[in-house]
Design a binder for this molecule. Structure first.
Ligand code: ADP
Ligand code: MG
Length: 438
């Protein structure tokens, strides 16, 4: 059946995307609107620029495939920003000033004793930039929500005062931008970008260590902003006084405002986080499954999410609802992986069968794409499912060195994130390899 009505087309696309790509599905997909369907291009409207960015980066291929299968035509999909500032007719293709993750808002952040001060100070800063805590310095181990809070500050400040100029960068972006500004002789442009703002946010400032010239530049940026009462927000993996590799004058400035530490969440907070993450994806998660995840994973919140993803990928592959039994099995699967009971030969055999290439080709020096890709998939799976070292993995696949394996893993990881069909294939491969070892 060919569907004509644009609203109906969008509705059916969403239905299909939800079923083929649940990992990337979000509750707010309900709020997407059809803008136009003309000349083979379907425009989908988003009221929040970060939604459009997210959809463009993560879901374009799932939407396009669904649009094509539903309309029966070669249809392109474009995500455009609509909403209060724009009427649907002057919808603009997304080009945000700051790239924000739509999941990382204050609403989706669970507050507990571990992060109460950090959370409260971020809210204060987004309501009154440059006034109360300047600079605001957040620190804590990896995966405790620092970057999430920074995004939330941007979302919130932008919503309250859309005219604010916000620059939000990783420390690496700052350093790299500085280096290329020197190389290209446009330092003043660089300085303008960082000094002519209302809020400057730099994530993971510890990366300034051993970068003397960048530290010097950041010192002057800091002073310029501070003297003009512009807000500065910084994060790091340790407290200012422990950032020993940084100049003292920077460290002392980091302590001028408020320093807030993030600690690992308690069991109760972990349960609340897991539930929040499930809710964001419109997933129904039984209480006992949330408790199981919170018991298993204690320190890094990113891993809580990973566990949730494993559980529902398993449920989906098995075509079953999420139950405690299934969740145990899925997390048990991780234990099996950690126990190294999966052999390289299982991976190579399964990939060779599924991609229809010979094992000897996978282990050869041949570099044609039809062989190189499945070989890289083998490396990626071996990295995730076994405890073999990079050298051992490379050795099994034609005597390649460890940097080749690193490159392969990051390439496949990118593809896995951006291409729904590819992700599906890799999930299935993982499922088969696991099953044969279960
Ligand atoms: P960090 O920058 O400290 O390494 P992130 O901000 O990247 O950590 O957080 C890692 C993951 O954990 C993100 O997906 C984030 O949404 C999630 N997370 C961390 N803390 C919380 C929290 N309190 N509530 C909800 N999600 C959280
Ligand atoms: Mg971070």
């Amino acid at each position: 059946m060919v569907v004509q009505d644009t609203s109906e087309i969008l509705e059916r696309i969403l239905e299909q995307v939800r079923s083929v790509d649940p990992v990337n599905t979000r509750k707010w997909f309900d709020e997407l609107t059809p803008v136009s369907f003309d000349g083979g291009l379907l425009q989908v409207g988003c009221s929040d620029p970060s939604w459009a960015q997210y959809l463009h980066e993560r879901c374009l291929s799932a939407f396009t495939q669904a649009a094509q299968s539903i309309t029966g035509h070669l249809v392109g999909v474009q995500f455009v920003v609509t909403g209060t500032q724009h009427s649907p007719t002057d919808a603009v293709a997304v080009q945000p000033q700051v790239r924000l993750h739509p999941d990382y808002t204050f609403d989706s952040f669970v507050v507990g004793p571990c992060n109460r001060l950090a959370h409260a100070s971020c809210i204060a800063v987004s309501q009154n930039p440059g006034v109360i805590y300047n600079p605001l310095f957040l620190y804590g181990n990896v995966g405790l929500g620092k970057t999430h809070l920074l995004h939330a500050v941007c979302h919130d400040a932008q919503k309250r005062a859309p005219y604010l100029r916000i620059e939000f960068h990783s420390c690496e972006q700052f350093v790299n931008g500085f280096i290329s500004a020197i190389e290209q002789g446009n330092l003043s442009e660089f300085q303008n970008q960082y000094r002519n703002v209302d809020i400057l946010i730099i994530d993971d400032i510890q990366f300034l260590r051993e970068r003397e010239q960048s530290q010097e530049e950041f010192f002057h940026t800091f002073n310029a902003l501070y003297n003009n009462r512009k807000q500065i927000v910084l994060t790091a993996d340790s407290a200012p006084q422990d950032l020993a590799a940084l100049e003292d004058r920077l460290i002392s400035r980091f302590k001028w405002g408020l320093v807030a530490r993030l600690d690992p969440p308690s069991y109760e907070t972990r349960i609340a986080i897991v539930k929040k993450k499930a809710h964001l994806r419109s997933l129904t998660l039984p209480d006992n499954v949330a408790e199981l995840i919170a018991e298993q994973i204690k320190t890094n919140i990113r891993e809580l999410e990973g566990a949730l993803t494993v559980i529902y990928a398993t449920a989906r592959a098995a075509g079953q609802p999420i139950t405690l039994e299934l969740a145990k099995q899925a997390l048990g699967v991780q234990e099996v992986a950690a126990g190294r009971s999966i052999a390289m030969s299982d991976i190579v055999r399964t990939v060779s069968e599924q991609y229809d290439v010979r094992i000897t080709d996978l282990q050869s020096k041949k570099r044609s794409q039809s062989i190189a890709l499945p070989r890289q998939v083998c490396m990626y799976l071996a990295r995730n499912l076994t405890r073999h070292s990079l050298e051992e993995i490379g050795g099994h696949l034609g005597g390649r060195d460890h940097s080749t394996v690193v490159h392969a893993c990051s390439k496949i990881e990118q593809l896995y994130k951006s291409d729904a069909a590819f992700r599906d294939r890799v999930d299935k491969l993982t499922g088969w390899i696991m099953k044969n070892n279960g």
